[in-house]
Design a protein around this ligand. Structure first.
Ligand code: IPE
Ligand code: IPE
Ligand code: MG
Length: 268
């Protein structure tokens, strides 16, 4: 009894020490051989970043757009295959007119740069969202950038612009209902894959990791269908302050999760 008690105390000590050692050993560097294939980011917190500095909200959007460039470059460099970013939602039109205009100008600036750089950087750029409300000049540039980048084989960058997941799903339902009305499809033959293929994300694997900075713990109408088994990562860091190290942290967190997809065993 006595020796057993001793053994237990010793074992406890060893465990405590080992446990401590193990914690300090947790790497902040991602395993580059097990990267999430598809990372999606809700680029939030620009307004609060500006407010903290007594700057106009638009200044936050401007720095936030630089963060996007930096993170897209980093993802491309490390070999992430798909990056999807939420840039402007179907609900964001309700913001003051000058803020909306400033965001559209920043997007135009980005698209113009992209037109010059997508081939050099091997980026396949696409825009997800309802195009009917996008200013004509910006829309033409978007379409030109998409065309110019469509044969690129590096990272796929999907910019969600006037994007809302409910709107996306509604449009998919309308499309499938149209096929039913045309007699091309029986309602009972509609499959989940057909729904997936009717979304803006058709052909893109579902996101493995969805990151939301800024401290908000909500989804705000982003990729509701596609995120069925995504891993979420929330951080208080505001988007303009987000950097490569923060992305590393998110990826390390992702790599320490056990994804079971409803089963018992973890799946890669
Ligand atoms: C995200 O930052 C950018 C867009 C929604 C366009 P916000 O502008 O929402 O920043 P906060 O949430 O007000 O801080
Ligand atoms: C989500 O952020 C949309 C984008 C980042 C583009 P919001 O700032 O619009 O979301 P809520 O209003 O806080 O839910
Ligand atoms: Mg916000």
């Amino acid at each position: 009894m006595h020796s057993y008690a001793c053994f237990s105390v010793e074992r406890g000590l060893v465990m405590a020490l080992f446990g401590k050692k193990k914690r300090t050993l947790i790497s902040h560097k991602p395993d580059m051989n097990a990267l999430p294939k598809h990372i999606a980011i809700i680029m939030d917190g620009n307004g609060r970043w500006a407010k903290k500095r007594h700057l106009p909200r638009t200044a936050g959007h401007s720095v936030g757009s630089e963060t996007f460039r930096k993170i897209a470059t980093y993802c491309n460099d490390i070999g992430v295959k798909y990056l999807t970013v939420y840039a402007f939602s179907t609900e964001n039109w309700s913001r003051p007119q000058e803020e909306v205009s400033a965001i559209m100008s920043l997007l135009k600036k980005y698209v113009l740069e992209a037109i010059d750089s997508v081939e050099k950087d091997n980026i396949h750029l696409r825009f997800w969202g309802d195009r009917s409300r996008i200013p004509k000049e910006l829309l033409e540039l978007m379409e030109y950038a998409e065309k110019k980048s469509e044969t690129m084989t590096g990272i796929f960058v999907n910019v969600c612009l006037n994007y809302g997941s409910r709107d996306e799903i509604t449009k998919a339902v309308q499309k499938l209902a149209g096929a039913v009305r045309a007699g091309e499809l029986e309602p009972e033959n509609i499959t989940a894959d057909m729904v997936s293929e009717s979304l803006y994300s058709a052909g893109t694997p579902d996101p493995d990791l969805i990151i939301r900075p800024s401290g908000e713990i909500r989804v705000s109408n982003f990729l509701l269908w596609q995120s069925a088994y995504s891993e979420y990562y929330f951080t208080d860091v505001l988007w303009p302050d987000f950097d490569e190290r923060e992305l590393d942290r998110a990826i390390v967190s992702f790599q320490n999760r056990s994804r079971r997809f409803g089963g018992v065993e973890a799946k890669k």
